[in-house]
Design a protein around this ligand. Structure first.
Ligand SMILES: [Zn+2]
Length: 114
């Protein structure tokens, strides 16, 4: 499953950061998941709960923030947050838009115990 490999690399990232900060454990992991990232939050948190047991995150709480799609319109220069998967500007209906957020998954914050 796609989400499993994401969690595996997330754990590696957490372990590297913990090492860097000489932390003994991680208490909280905060993620941003874009609606267009292709990541299913429910599956991701399920995978996290499974994998964390063998890692430095074993006591960590996972917080997922869903990032809506944000479009920048090249026609009317408006920036809009849209609820659906579209590239149409809700202000002027132009399709000359650029996705500026909501496409990626990011590690936002780690709370560590040192
Ligand atoms: Zn527009």
């Amino acid at each position: 499953m796609h989400e499993y490999s994401i969690v595996m690399s997330l754990m590696e990232q957490c372990e590297a950061l913990a090492l860097e900060h000489k932390a003994t454990r991680i208490e909280q992991v905060e993620l941003k998941i874009g609606v267009l990232s292709g990541v299913e939050p429910a599956l991701l948190s399920q995978a996290f709960e499974t994998f964390k047991l063998d890692s430095i995150c074993h006591q960590a709480k996972l917080i997922i923030n869903i990032q809506a799609l944000v479009l920048q319109c090249n026609q009317c220069q408006q920036q809009s947050q849209v609820d659906e998967r579209t590239i149409i500007c809700p202000v002027c209906q132009s399709n000359h838009t650029k996705v500026i957020d909501g496409e990626d998954m990011m590690l936002m914050q780690l709370v560590m115990d040192t």
